[in-house]
Design a protein around this ligand. Structure first.
Ligand code: ZN
Length: 172
């Protein structure tokens, strides 16, 4: 289990809704913890090297697809926070399922945590520290590592894709 799961206050009956990487860390015990898996997450895992494990445990897992109305709510929340371009279809499903069942998202993805934070969805990280408030982004080139203040279609130095990273106080 994640250390962060022990000191979490007031979990009540809120099921965990883990993302694919949270499951692949092996820190989520799918069978003994109260977990609900969006069908998209199950699909991603079946494609990977843990696919066989998933097939063996699938019978006892709670798998669901989010209702359309919750996908729409999440889409509009993510658009408002500016996180929409950074979320995959499966990410959106995780958020929508968590919203629908009042679950707790388990993800280290900053964009997902940011949308949770703005939509009142509970969340926790599974390794790196979770954010506690909305974050400021910096932009970095995946090719040459140059850092920029603003997002651009591609790096003006080497032409590779630009991705973003959270600027944390006291670091960088
Ligand atoms: Zn570059």
């Amino acid at each position: 289990m994640c250390p962060s799961m022990n000191d979490n206050q007031d979990q009540g009956s809120s099921p965990y809704v883990p993302d694919t990487s949270a499951i692949l860390t092996g820190k989520i015990d799918l069978l003994s913890m109260d977990c609900v898996l969006p069908s998209g997450v199950v699909g991603e895992i079946k494609k990977g090297r843990m696919g066989r494990i998933m097939e063996n445990t699938a019978m006892s897992l709670r798998i669901m697809s989010p209702k359309k109305i919750f996908m729409e709510k999440i889409t509009s929340a993510a658009r408002n926070t500016g996180d929409l371009p950074y979320l995959s279809q499966v990410d959106m499903e995780i958020l929508a399922v968590a919203m629908e069942i009042h679950g707790t998202v388990v993800s280290d993805d900053y964009s997902m945590q940011n949308v949770c934070s703005s939509s009142g969805i509970k969340f926790m990280g599974c390794g790196i520290e979770s954010i506690t408030k909305n974050i400021k982004w910096g932009y970095v080139c995946k090719g040459c590592g140059s850092k920029f203040d603003k997002v651009d279609a591609s790096c003006r130095i080497c032409g590779h894709k630009i991705t973003r990273y959270p600027i944390r106080q006291g670091k960088l």
